[in-house]
Design a binder for this molecule. Structure first.
Ligand code: IVH
Length: 677
């Protein structure tokens, strides 16, 4: 039994540590020496060990990071995490402002300018004042649960202070301060380890590290920039009021946020931070301009994943000079020959750049870029650096003009160039380079996620002829892999098991994995949300597709032409026969011993408590499958009102028939399906 006085002392220490933590990490204004803080922490840790009954996952002692985990759970964002449209100059901002003013009939609103922090967006959820979940943005709708790592960030309150609501969701940017980044790289250099390229990448890597102790060691920080949901309690009228309110709850809100009355104010804010951004101690890649009044924001709305009421006013890209040693060629997934610059390594906005993009032959010739030239390169945030052009003054005469190869550097097939296409392409659709790019994409993390099958092994599998199209992956046996030099049994087992696991990936993931031109993960999600099976997507017409919000003619064209190629359909067919089951219900969520597994249902007639589609979804969610016609494989027919001919065929072949009531009873007690056979 824990004594009352012990509990009281534990609580007293927790309160004091939370309070001093807030002063130190959020307000940057400590009131006690570090040694005193450390002493209180030691006392708390010792007392918690002595009194395991008093354990609390939100105790300040938990900041050190718990045990490593094997993977992150997915988190659905009920309110999507949005991204922002970009503005690059004053006229972009003027146009944006004119447009949004028009949307609210010139209603008066104010603007808030904030620094656009170059980190990782996170969502934090609190229940009854306690942090219960921290998650990443992911694709905006589904992110990863990184709660254990989030808890190690000392400026994120584990318990709210002030007058908090019973439920709260806030969002902000987690980042690695430049000083922590520099220190981390110094430590890595001293240990002979490879260096991180920039604070954003190492920050993202730290939040997505499976060992919370690693995150804890990285000195991450947060700026909170949005109040998403507070149960309607204290509903502020403006974004700036929300931020003030969030400060009272203990959150770290950027002190440089500024209310602006005019475009000139925005310009001045933007300009001053272009000059001062390197003194911030963290990376900012622009200014976010937001409409401050929620009433106006609501009238302006959101298109796709971008709110109309906010825009990112980017800082200009940084340019540097370096030497272009030579021009290399990559063969892409669509056979395009992509020239790239091989550069003398140089640092641009904190990143070491070795390669830069060169688009296509026409662009190289127009800019007259030659091998051996000194060139200007530019890096704008996310984008791969671009070669702007040669520095003509530095030419010595030894530079060599560029010529596209006439044959594919990978398979030696003829290169073709049509007048309506800017790219040169390898004419061989089975070019190993094209297939290599597709395979790399197919197995990658956001796609089928076949961990262990890295670039190197993809290459070897293709070279050895073990894989000639992606369906061959699902024919691989462990013995095929073990035979490969340096693969080893452990890795072979892991790869085979990950291939097996990938069969239950969702429909959206599968669609994205196919590498269809213009079909990124967000478009794949839209398609899967609209059609819940692959067949309907394959059958969808151009008109059907463009009717989906977020899908335009370019994407629709690409989908229709992809599904009209017989070879593509053949490969999909092979994949389905090899056991891939892309569906909206992740089969891995279903208990593996579900008695519904392997049972096929046909639902006919109209049901009074749900639609047929809903009934099918429920069957699938329990592990069964639902088909539309009665065949020898049908195990049960669920018959609603006016069932029609399917009931007759089921009766004729002796297939058990369930009424809607039977079905509802089974839903409340799924194991009873065993008694029905
Ligand atoms: S507002 C309105 N405010 O920029 C929806 N975002 O491309 C966007 N970001 O994913 C959130 N600083 O990670 C907002 N002060 C700020 C921001 C900010 C950085 C990031 C955020 C978002 C991305 C938008």
């Amino acid at each position: 039994m824990v004594e009352k006085s012990q509990i009281e002392r534990i609580e007293e220490l927790r309160d004091a540590l939370n309070y001093h933590n807030h002063l130190y990490y959020v307000l940057d204004n400590p009131s006690i020496p570090d040694s005193e803080y450390d002493q209180m922490m030691q006392e708390l840790v010792a007392m918690e060990q002595e009194c395991p009954d008093a354990a609390d996952p939100n105790s300040p002692s938990q900041r050190v990071g718990g045990e490593p985990i094997s993977g992150f759970e997915q988190v659905a964002h009920d309110i999507p995490m949005l991204s922002l449209g970009n503005a690059f100059d004053k006229s972009d901002i003027e146009n944006w402002l004119r447009r949004v003013r028009g949307l609210v009939d010139n209603e008066i609103f104010t603007l808030m300018a904030e620094l656009k922090i170059d980190g990782l967006a996170v969502s934090l959820v609190y229940e009854n004042g306690l942090l219960v979940q921290g998650s990443t943005r992911g694709n905006g709708t589904i992110g990863e649960d990184v709660t254990q790592n989030i808890k190690t960030i000392k400026s994120i309150p584990l318990r709210l202070s002030g007058d908090f609501p019973s439920h709260l969701e806030v969002r902000g940017e987690v980042y690695m301060p430049v000083a922590s980044f520099t220190k981390l790289n110094e430590q890595r250099a001293a240990r002979g380890e490879s260096l991180y390229a920039n604070p954003r990448n190492s920050g993202a890597g730290s939040i997505r590290n499976l060992d919370p102790k690693v995150t804890a060691s990285r000195n991450m920080q947060i700026w909170v920039y949005s109040l998403i949901d507070n149960n309607g309690v204290h509903q502020p009228d403006t974004h700036s009021q929300s931020l003030e309110y969030l400060k009272t709850l203990g959150f770290r809100v950027n002190p440089h946020n500024a209310l602006c009355g005019s475009i000139e104010d925005i310009e001045a804010y933007h300009k001053s931070w272009i000059e001062n951004r390197h003194n911030l101690g963290y990376e900012a890649d622009g200014v976010v301009v937001k409409v401050n009044e929620y009433s106006a924001q609501n009238r302006m709305g959101v298109v796709g994943r971008e709110p109309r009421w906010a825009i990112a006013y980017k800082f200009p890209a940084e340019r540097v000079m370096t030497k272009l040693h030579s021009i290399g060629i990559n063969v892409g997934r669509t056979g395009s020959l992509n020239p790239y610059a091989i550069l003398e390594p140089v640092i641009v906005s904190g990143v070491t750049v070795r390669n830069a993009s060169l688009h296509n032959e026409e662009d190289i010739l127009r800019k007259d870029i030659r091998e051996g030239d000194w060139v200007t390169i530019e890096r704008a945030g996310e984008v791969i650096p671009q070669v702007i052009g040669p520095i003509l003054d530095r030419r010595t005469g030894s530079e060599v003009p560029f010529k596209m190869p006439s044959h594919c550097p990978i398979c030696a097939s003829l290169i073709v160039k049509t007048t309506d296409d800017a790219m040169h392409r390898c004419a061989n659709v089975s070019c190993p380079a094209q297939f290599f790019e597709l395979l790399k994409h197919f197995v990658s993390k956001g796609a089928m996620n076949i961990d262990g099958l890295g670039e190197k092994w993809c290459n070897i599998l293709i070279e050895k002829g073990l894989i000639t199209d992606i369906s061959d992956l699902y024919k691989l046996r462990k013995s095929d892999l073990i035979d490969i030099e340096r693969m080893g049994e452990i890795l072979a087992t892991k790869i085979i098991s990950n291939i097996e696991e990938s069969k239950t990936n969702t429909l959206a993931t599968f669609l994205y994995s196919l590498g269809i031109f213009h079909v990124g993960s967000e478009v794949a999600e839209l398609l899967a949300a609209k059609y819940d099976n692959l067949g309907s997507i394959i059958a969808a017409s151009h008109e059907d597709l463009i009717a989906i919000q977020g899908i335009g003619p370019k994407i629709a064209d690409s989908l229709v032409s992809y599904f009209s190629v017989p070879n593509n359909l053949e490969i999909i067919d092979k994949l389905l026969h090899l056991g891939i089951e892309p569906s909206n219900n992740k089969t891995s969520d279903i208990e593996s011993d579900s008695p519904w597994k392997g049972l096929t249902f046909v639902i006919t007639g109209s049901l009074s408590s749900m639609t047929r589609r809903e009934a099918e979804t429920l069957v699938k969610s329990l592990g069964g499958s639902a088909t539309s016609s009665v065949t020898g494989k049908t195990n049960f027919l669920i018959a609603g009102e006016s069932p029609g001919s399917k009931l007759q065929s089921a009766e004729a072949t002796g297939i058990p028939i369930l009424s809607e009531e039977d079905f509802n009873n089974l839903l409340s007690n799924p194991k009873n399906i065993l008694n029905q056979t």
